[in-house]
Design a protein around this ligand. Structure first.
Ligand code: S3P
Length: 213
């Protein structure tokens, strides 16, 4: 299988972010693609971070790291078990430590958990890690919830602790959205995109940050 690199010629793009090339949505400069070491996918639960992240990593010939899976591997328990046995603050503590260590890796695509950007320390770390582009995969709340239900083993229940109460989940969605936007170099609107189209959109957005030839 051919490995795509960040230098491959631009393809027709689905929806990508409207920010000018070379500038983050927040106005911070974005590293040029050929100097990128990490692409970090952020967004609410159901935004497709893990699915698109695995495909993106394969396209780039990079490693894919899923923050939740790394937490589970280190802790030896599932995310719902950590929530149930020790509560969310403890989970957030492990999440921050794990994120810091993943950001030490190079040539990786990292899928964050939906709540990671709620923590100020995590946002600062993401902003200050060099050669790192954060991409926000956005979708409306109802779409995200429908996708999560479709992924759950039993659509009537959820294996995501923070989806147990939908009213609370919607409040958190509204609270987090500005954080996702602020840390993002690019925003990809995924509502009409398949995972493969999302990956194409991410690649196109990243290529956009190239200096003009
Ligand atoms: C959470 C999202 C989950 C996981 C945990 C908490 C959240 O990750 O980290 O259940 O608070 O939004 P996904 O976004 O991958 O589902």
């Amino acid at each position: 299988m051919t490995t795509a690199t960040l230098d491959m010629p631009a393809k027709p793009k689905p929806a990508t972010n409207p920010s000018p090339a070379g500038r983050a949505v927040s106005g911070r400069p974005v590293p040029k693609p050929d100097t990128l070491d990490r692409i970090v996918l952020t967004g609410f639960m159901g935004s497709g971070k893990s699915t698109a992240g695995a495909v993106l990593a394969e396209r780039l010939g990079w490693r894919f790291l899923d923050l939740d899976h790394e937490i589970e591997a280190r802790d030896g328990r599932s995310v719902p078990q950590i929530f149930a046995e020790h509560g969310e603050p403890h989970f957030r503590h492990i999440e921050s430590a794990t994120l810091a260590s993943l950001l030490g890796e190079r040539r990786v695509v990292i899928a964050l958990g939906g709540g990671a950007p709620e923590e100020l320390g995590n946002r600062l770390l993401l902003e200050q890690t060099p050669h790192t582009a954060v991409i926000y995969l956005s979708a409306p709340f109802d779409t995200l919830i429908a996708r999560c239900a479709a992924q759950a083993a039993d659509p009537a229940t959820t294996d995501r602790p923070n989806l147990a109460d939908l009213n609370l989940a919607e409040r958190r969605f509204r609270l987090r959205r500005p954080h996702y936007e602020r840390i993002a170099a690019h925003i990809i609107h995924t509502i009409d995109l398949t995972p493969n189209q999302t990956v194409e959109a991410v690649l196109a957005a990243i290529r956009q940050t190239k200096s003009p030839r």
